[in-house]
Design a protein around this ligand. Structure first.
Ligand code: 13P
Length: 252
């Protein structure tokens, strides 16, 4: 936690969810509006096919909406891609960029991630910029260096603490049930905060830095109270409203 920073809990549904899953979003909405997330801001990022229907359900609620990726261009001949203005138009306020699954399967570079973050900002979306080391990099003790290098290259210079969210997701912890030790998480988050302060000055003390990778109701409390951990980006455990709300309830 960081003093005076509103925590942020986001669910990344990845390529999961058909229209029947809107019932889970409805249950999340009920929980968010009943204050189950306490002080935390709660956001769900369903697949793009569900965004507009979810936005309709969430109108006027405390549960926010995000996309999972955007193209750097606003429009054009890019078959199958989705632009930041399209996500905004569908009702999103956030967009995940640079998730390790995109970096790995779609060969996304830091430079492309930065261009996507810039497109998001231009469209009035808040980018959730993801970084994280692979298992080989972790075994070589390079986690902090890798994350700092990715962030230096992926963060647009115009971002401020209000206009960007950062997510540290060690690749080897995603979907595996493995997590770094609490000490290891704290070291990387402290390093990210130091970098943000170096490049953005004191206002960067308020940029939200999320942890992601096998966050569950059973381990969230310890992780979310660590220094400079301002929330979580949750994959598998965000698919069910009960689990997602149980994690957010750490902030009640
Ligand atoms: P899991 O919570 O399933 O490990 O996924 C984390 C993640 O990739 C969120 O973006």
């Amino acid at each position: 936690m960081t003093p005076d920073v509103r925590p942020f809990v986001a669910g990344n549904w990845k390529m999961n969810g058909l229209s029947g899953s809107l019932a889970e979003i409805e249950a999340m909405r009920l929980g968010a509006d009943a204050g189950e997330a306490g002080a935390a801001e709660l956001v769900v990022c369903p697949p793009a096919t569900l965004l507009a229907q979810a936005a309709f359900k969430l109108s006027g609620s405390k549960l926010g909406l995000g996309g999972q990726d955007c193209h750097p261009e606003a429009s054009g001949a890019f078959t199958g891609d989705i632009s930041a203005p399209m996500l905004k138009d569908a009702g999103a306020s956030y967009v995940i960029v640079g998730h390790s699954e995109r970096r790995t399967h779609h060969h996304e570079t830091d430079e492309l991630v930065r261009a996507k973050a810039q497109a998001a900002l231009k469209a009035g979306l808040t980018p959730i910029v993801c970084v994280g080391e692979t298992l080989a990099e972790r075994e070589a003790g390079q986690q902090a260096a890798v994350v700092i290098r990715q962030l230096r290259r992926s963060l647009p210079p115009e971002t401020t603490s209000e206009t960007v969210v950062i997510a540290y997701e060690p690749v080897w912890a995603i979907g595996t049930g493995l997590t770094p030790t609490f000490g290891d998480i704290a070291v990387v988050h402290n390093g990210i905060r130091a970098l943000l302060t170096e490049i953005g000055g004191p206002s960067s003390a308020k940029t939200r830095i999320l942890y992601g990778g096998s966050v569950k109701p059973t381990n969230c409390r310890e992780i979310l109270t660590l220094n400079n951990v301002d929330g979580a980006l949750i994959g598998g455990a965000s698919l069910k409203a009960a689990d997602f709300l149980a994690i957010a309830a750490a902030y009640r």
